[in-house]
Ligand binder design. Structure first.
Ligand code: SAM
Length: 195
C-alpha cells in the first residue's frame, strides 16, 4: 500500500518504504513519556509509528493522528478504531484541534517528509504544531538527512531550538531523531498557551 501511494505522490510520501520498527520505537518511546497528553502524530502513513506509540503504553484515546491521503486515512481508521484519525493537512492541525475541543497537546510526533517540502510549508507546519503544544511540549521528527530538517534560522525566528536525540543505524536508510522545543530564553513568536 505504501509503495502504491509513493508511486502516485513520491514527494508527499518522502520514502519508498514505511518507517522501520526500530525507528518507530525511537520516536514513540520519548513521546509516550510526555508530561501531558494527548499526543499528536503527523503523517500517520501505514501506522508503524502509531502502533509503536500504543505499544509504548499510550492510551489510544490519548492519540490524535493527522494523515492527508484518503486511502491511508481509511486504512488507519480501520487499523486503530479507538484512535482519532483526522483526514487533513498538518499545516491546519491547530485549527482542527481547536474545532475538536482539544486545547493543547503534550507532544507532536512527525513522520512528515519535511525535506521534500518548501521552506514556507515547513514553517507553516512548525508554527501550527507549536500552537497546539503546551508550554513544556516538544516535537519529534526523524530525518534521513545529515542536519536538522528545520533550519536554525527558522527555529530562532519562531523562538524554538532543536537537538538530535537518537541515531537509528538499523533503519534503511539510517535516520536521526530530532527534538524541538520552545527556547526558554527568547521571546517566542509562536504563542505560548496559558498553563
Ligand atoms: C514517510 S510517510 C509516513 C511514514 C509512517 N510512519 C509509516 O510508517 O507509514 C509520510 C506520510 O505523511 C503524509 N503527509 C505528507 N504531507 C502531509 C501533510 N501536509 N499533512 C498530513 N499528512 C501528510 C503522507 O501522506 C504519508 O503518509
Amino acid at each position: 500500500m505504501f509503495f502504491a501511494r509513493w508511486l502516485r505522490d513520491p514527494r508527499g510520501m518522502g520514502s519508498v518504504v514505511p518507517s522501520g520498527r526500530t525507528l518507530a520505537l525511537a520516536m514513540a518511546e520519548p513521546a509516550a513519556k510526555a508530561y501531558k497528553t494527548p499526543i499528536l502524530e503527523l503523517g500517520g502513513g501505514t501506522g508503524t509509528v502509531t502502533e509503536a506509540l500504543l505499544e509504548c503504553g499510550l492510551d489510544p484515546n490519548d492519540l490524535i493522528v493527522f494523515e492527508r491521503d484518503v486511502q491511508l486515512h481509511r486504512h488507519l481508521e480501520q487499523r486503530f478504531p479507538q484512535v482519532r484519525v483526522v483526514l487533513g493537512d498538518a499545516a491546519h492541525a491547530d485549527r482542527v484541534l481547536a474545532q475538536m475541543g482539544v486545547e493543547a497537546v503534550g507532544g507532536v510526533v512527525s513522520s512528515l517528509p519535511l525535506l521534500s517540502m518548501p521552506l514556507l510549508t515547513r514553517r507553516r507546519i512548525l508554527g501550527s504544531a507549536f500552537r497546539c503544544l503546551g508550554p513544556e511540549g516538544f516535537l519529534l521528527q526523524f530525518t534521513y538527512g545529515p542536519v536538522s530538517p528545520l533550519p536554525d534560522r527558522m527555529l530562532s525566528n519562531l523562538g524554538l531550538r532543536g537537538r538530535a536525540i537518537d541515531r537509528v543505524w538499523r533503519n534503511v536508510p539510517p535516520a536521526t531523531v530530532w527534538r524541538y522545543e520552545r527556547h526558554p530564553f527568547t521571546a517566542a513568536v509562536v504563542p505560548r498557551p496559558s498553563p
